[in-house]
Ligand binder design. Structure first.
Ligand SMILES: Nc1ncnc2c1ncn2[C@@H]1O[C@H](COP(=O)(O)OP(=O)(O)O)[C@@H](O)[C@H]1O
Ligand SMILES: [Mg+2]
Length: 211
Protein backbone atom coordinates (compact mmCIF):
# COMPACT_ATOMS: atom_id res chain seq x y z
CA UNK A 1 0.00 0.00 0.00
CA UNK A 2 1.66 3.17 -1.11
CA UNK A 3 -1.18 5.53 -0.23
CA UNK A 4 -1.78 6.85 3.24
CA UNK A 5 -5.44 6.52 4.21
CA UNK A 6 -5.32 7.87 7.73
CA UNK A 7 -7.05 11.12 6.79
CA UNK A 8 -9.66 9.62 4.53
CA UNK A 9 -13.07 8.79 5.95
CA UNK A 10 -13.80 5.08 6.16
CA UNK A 11 -17.25 4.66 4.59
CA UNK A 12 -17.61 0.89 4.45
CA UNK A 13 -16.15 -2.48 5.29
CA UNK A 14 -16.76 -5.94 3.88
CA UNK A 15 -15.13 -9.33 4.28
CA UNK A 16 -12.22 -8.29 2.05
CA UNK A 17 -11.94 -4.52 1.86
CA UNK A 18 -11.85 -1.29 3.84
CA UNK A 19 -13.55 1.40 1.76
CA UNK A 20 -12.47 5.06 1.96
CA UNK A 21 -13.97 8.17 0.43
CA UNK A 22 -11.47 9.86 -1.87
CA UNK A 23 -13.71 12.85 -2.61
CA UNK A 24 -14.65 13.90 -6.15
CA UNK A 25 -17.08 10.99 -6.38
CA UNK A 26 -14.49 8.22 -6.00
CA UNK A 27 -13.71 5.60 -3.35
CA UNK A 28 -10.59 3.57 -2.55
CA UNK A 29 -10.82 -0.09 -1.54
CA UNK A 30 -7.83 -1.51 0.27
CA UNK A 31 -7.34 -5.06 1.36
CA UNK A 32 -7.92 -5.64 5.08
CA UNK A 33 -4.99 -6.82 7.13
CA UNK A 34 -4.89 -10.48 8.20
CA UNK A 35 -5.62 -9.72 11.89
CA UNK A 36 -8.58 -7.59 10.80
CA UNK A 37 -9.90 -10.41 8.63
CA UNK A 38 -9.49 -12.94 11.44
CA UNK A 39 -11.40 -10.80 13.96
CA UNK A 40 -14.14 -9.29 11.74
CA UNK A 41 -15.01 -12.58 10.03
CA UNK A 42 -15.60 -14.27 13.38
CA UNK A 43 -18.37 -11.78 14.09
CA UNK A 44 -19.71 -11.67 10.52
CA UNK A 45 -20.17 -15.44 10.67
CA UNK A 46 -22.17 -15.22 13.90
CA UNK A 47 -19.33 -16.87 15.87
CA UNK A 48 -20.07 -20.18 14.10
CA UNK A 49 -16.69 -21.92 14.02
CA UNK A 50 -17.38 -24.15 11.02
CA UNK A 51 -18.52 -21.27 8.80
CA UNK A 52 -15.71 -19.15 10.17
CA UNK A 53 -13.00 -21.59 9.09
CA UNK A 54 -14.58 -22.08 5.67
CA UNK A 55 -14.78 -18.35 5.07
CA UNK A 56 -11.24 -17.70 6.32
CA UNK A 57 -9.89 -20.34 3.94
CA UNK A 58 -11.72 -18.66 1.05
CA UNK A 59 -10.52 -15.17 2.02
CA UNK A 60 -6.89 -16.14 2.46
CA UNK A 61 -6.70 -17.66 -1.01
CA UNK A 62 -6.72 -14.51 -3.12
CA UNK A 63 -6.29 -16.23 -6.48
CA UNK A 64 -10.01 -16.05 -7.22
CA UNK A 65 -10.18 -12.29 -6.52
CA UNK A 66 -7.07 -11.72 -8.64
CA UNK A 67 -8.63 -13.65 -11.53
CA UNK A 68 -11.91 -11.73 -11.21
CA UNK A 69 -10.16 -8.35 -11.08
CA UNK A 70 -8.17 -9.24 -14.17
CA UNK A 71 -11.32 -10.26 -16.03
CA UNK A 72 -13.11 -7.06 -15.01
CA UNK A 73 -10.13 -4.95 -16.09
CA UNK A 74 -9.83 -6.60 -19.50
CA UNK A 75 -13.35 -7.48 -20.56
CA UNK A 76 -16.07 -5.67 -18.63
CA UNK A 77 -17.75 -2.40 -19.64
CA UNK A 78 -16.36 -0.01 -16.96
CA UNK A 79 -19.70 1.79 -16.66
CA UNK A 80 -21.45 -1.20 -15.03
CA UNK A 81 -18.72 -1.71 -12.40
CA UNK A 82 -18.08 1.96 -11.48
CA UNK A 83 -14.96 2.61 -13.59
CA UNK A 84 -12.53 0.66 -11.41
CA UNK A 85 -8.86 1.57 -11.56
CA UNK A 86 -6.75 -1.29 -10.26
CA UNK A 87 -3.80 -0.49 -8.05
CA UNK A 88 -1.27 -2.80 -6.43
CA UNK A 89 -2.40 -6.25 -5.25
CA UNK A 90 -6.19 -6.47 -5.13
CA UNK A 91 -6.75 -2.80 -4.26
CA UNK A 92 -8.74 -0.52 -6.51
CA UNK A 93 -10.49 2.82 -6.87
CA UNK A 94 -14.09 3.10 -8.02
CA UNK A 95 -16.92 5.60 -8.51
CA UNK A 96 -18.78 6.33 -5.31
CA UNK A 97 -22.35 5.05 -5.57
CA UNK A 98 -25.34 4.86 -3.25
CA UNK A 99 -26.10 1.23 -2.30
CA UNK A 100 -29.60 0.10 -3.30
CA UNK A 101 -30.44 -0.73 0.32
CA UNK A 102 -30.22 2.88 1.39
CA UNK A 103 -32.12 4.02 -1.70
CA UNK A 104 -34.91 1.54 -0.92
CA UNK A 105 -35.12 2.81 2.66
CA UNK A 106 -35.97 6.31 1.55
CA UNK A 107 -38.21 5.43 -1.42
CA UNK A 108 -41.96 5.09 -1.76
CA UNK A 109 -43.64 1.88 -3.04
CA UNK A 110 -43.57 2.71 -6.76
CA UNK A 111 -39.95 3.89 -6.62
CA UNK A 112 -39.00 0.71 -4.72
CA UNK A 113 -40.47 -1.46 -7.47
CA UNK A 114 -38.66 0.63 -10.05
CA UNK A 115 -35.32 0.01 -8.28
CA UNK A 116 -36.03 -3.73 -8.27
CA UNK A 117 -36.77 -3.63 -12.01
CA UNK A 118 -33.59 -1.69 -12.71
CA UNK A 119 -31.56 -4.15 -10.67
CA UNK A 120 -33.01 -7.15 -12.52
CA UNK A 121 -32.29 -5.44 -15.82
CA UNK A 122 -28.67 -4.99 -14.72
CA UNK A 123 -28.29 -8.77 -14.41
CA UNK A 124 -28.68 -8.96 -18.20
CA UNK A 125 -25.91 -6.37 -18.60
CA UNK A 126 -23.68 -8.61 -16.46
CA UNK A 127 -24.43 -11.63 -18.63
CA UNK A 128 -23.74 -9.61 -21.77
CA UNK A 129 -20.28 -8.97 -20.29
CA UNK A 130 -19.68 -12.66 -19.68
CA UNK A 131 -20.14 -12.82 -15.92
CA UNK A 132 -22.84 -13.24 -13.33
CA UNK A 133 -23.24 -12.44 -9.70
CA UNK A 134 -23.73 -15.61 -7.67
CA UNK A 135 -25.21 -14.37 -4.40
CA UNK A 136 -27.64 -11.63 -5.50
CA UNK A 137 -27.06 -9.54 -2.38
CA UNK A 138 -28.24 -6.56 -4.36
CA UNK A 139 -29.06 -4.19 -1.47
CA UNK A 140 -25.39 -4.04 -0.47
CA UNK A 141 -23.53 -5.05 -3.62
CA UNK A 142 -25.28 -2.85 -6.19
CA UNK A 143 -25.86 0.88 -6.16
CA UNK A 144 -26.70 3.86 -8.32
CA UNK A 145 -24.02 6.19 -9.65
CA UNK A 146 -24.36 9.96 -9.79
CA UNK A 147 -25.96 9.68 -13.23
CA UNK A 148 -28.56 7.20 -11.95
CA UNK A 149 -26.76 4.29 -13.61
CA UNK A 150 -26.75 0.85 -11.99
CA UNK A 151 -23.34 -0.25 -10.72
CA UNK A 152 -22.20 -3.61 -9.34
CA UNK A 153 -19.98 -2.14 -6.62
CA UNK A 154 -18.79 -5.47 -5.21
CA UNK A 155 -17.73 -7.90 -7.94
CA UNK A 156 -15.90 -10.27 -5.59
CA UNK A 157 -18.68 -12.85 -5.87
CA UNK A 158 -19.00 -13.10 -9.63
CA UNK A 159 -18.33 -16.12 -11.83
CA UNK A 160 -17.40 -16.10 -15.50
CA UNK A 161 -19.04 -19.49 -16.06
CA UNK A 162 -22.35 -19.80 -17.88
CA UNK A 163 -22.81 -23.30 -16.49
CA UNK A 164 -22.41 -22.12 -12.89
CA UNK A 165 -24.81 -19.25 -13.60
CA UNK A 166 -27.37 -21.69 -14.97
CA UNK A 167 -27.10 -23.76 -11.79
CA UNK A 168 -27.80 -20.66 -9.70
CA UNK A 169 -30.85 -19.83 -11.82
CA UNK A 170 -32.25 -23.34 -11.54
CA UNK A 171 -31.77 -23.38 -7.75
CA UNK A 172 -33.15 -19.82 -7.47
CA UNK A 173 -30.17 -18.86 -5.37
CA UNK A 174 -31.57 -15.36 -4.73
CA UNK A 175 -34.08 -16.66 -2.17
CA UNK A 176 -31.27 -17.68 0.16
CA UNK A 177 -29.64 -14.27 0.44
CA UNK A 178 -29.81 -11.69 3.13
CA UNK A 179 -30.93 -8.99 0.68
CA UNK A 180 -34.07 -10.95 -0.19
CA UNK A 181 -34.82 -12.02 3.38
CA UNK A 182 -34.76 -8.51 4.77
CA UNK A 183 -37.12 -6.94 2.18
CA UNK A 184 -40.56 -6.08 3.49
CA UNK A 185 -43.14 -8.76 2.56
CA UNK A 186 -44.83 -6.75 -0.23
CA UNK A 187 -41.54 -6.05 -1.94
CA UNK A 188 -40.34 -9.63 -1.40
CA UNK A 189 -43.38 -10.80 -3.29
CA UNK A 190 -42.77 -8.34 -6.13
CA UNK A 191 -39.06 -9.23 -6.32
CA UNK A 192 -39.65 -12.99 -6.35
CA UNK A 193 -42.34 -12.74 -9.07
CA UNK A 194 -40.12 -10.54 -11.26
CA UNK A 195 -37.05 -12.76 -10.74
CA UNK A 196 -39.13 -15.85 -11.61
CA UNK A 197 -40.41 -14.23 -14.79
CA UNK A 198 -37.20 -12.64 -15.98
CA UNK A 199 -34.17 -14.55 -14.64
CA UNK A 200 -34.60 -17.79 -16.56
CA UNK A 201 -32.37 -20.22 -18.44
CA UNK A 202 -33.94 -18.99 -21.72
CA UNK A 203 -32.97 -15.41 -20.83
CA UNK A 204 -29.46 -16.60 -19.98
CA UNK A 205 -29.14 -18.24 -23.40
CA UNK A 206 -30.32 -15.05 -25.04
CA UNK A 207 -28.04 -12.65 -23.13
CA UNK A 208 -24.85 -14.54 -22.26
CA UNK A 209 -21.77 -13.32 -24.18
CA UNK A 210 -18.83 -15.20 -22.72
CA UNK A 211 -15.28 -14.16 -23.48
N1 LIG B 1 -18.23 2.33 -4.79
C1 LIG B 1 -18.78 2.46 -3.58
N2 LIG B 1 -19.52 3.54 -3.23
C2 LIG B 1 -20.07 3.64 -2.01
N3 LIG B 1 -19.94 2.71 -1.04
C3 LIG B 1 -19.21 1.61 -1.32
C4 LIG B 1 -18.60 1.44 -2.59
N4 LIG B 1 -17.95 0.26 -2.59
C5 LIG B 1 -18.13 -0.27 -1.36
N5 LIG B 1 -18.90 0.54 -0.60
C6 LIG B 1 -19.35 0.26 0.78
O1 LIG B 1 -18.37 -0.54 1.41
C7 LIG B 1 -18.88 -1.85 1.70
C8 LIG B 1 -17.78 -2.89 1.45
O2 LIG B 1 -17.34 -2.83 0.11
P1 LIG B 1 -17.30 -4.14 -0.82
O3 LIG B 1 -16.78 -3.76 -2.14
O4 LIG B 1 -18.64 -4.79 -0.78
O5 LIG B 1 -16.20 -4.98 -0.04
P2 LIG B 1 -16.13 -6.55 0.27
O6 LIG B 1 -15.72 -7.17 -1.02
O7 LIG B 1 -15.09 -6.66 1.31
O8 LIG B 1 -17.49 -6.99 0.70
C9 LIG B 1 -20.09 -1.98 0.78
O9 LIG B 1 -21.05 -2.88 1.29
C10 LIG B 1 -20.62 -0.56 0.72
O10 LIG B 1 -21.38 -0.25 1.87
MG1 LIG C 1 -19.38 -6.68 -0.18
Amino acid sequence: MSRDNRDRPLIGKGYTYNVYDLGKGRVLKTEKTLPQILVDTYFYEGQDVKNYLKTIARLIDKSRVIEINRYVRLYVDPVIVGHPVFLGGINYEQDRVEPLGTILERSGPAAKRDIIDQYIESIFAHWENGFSDTVFNFTINSGLGSGGNMVLLDFNEIVMSKQETQRRIVSKRWFRTWSYKQLDPGLQDYYSKRMDEIITVDALNEHWRGK
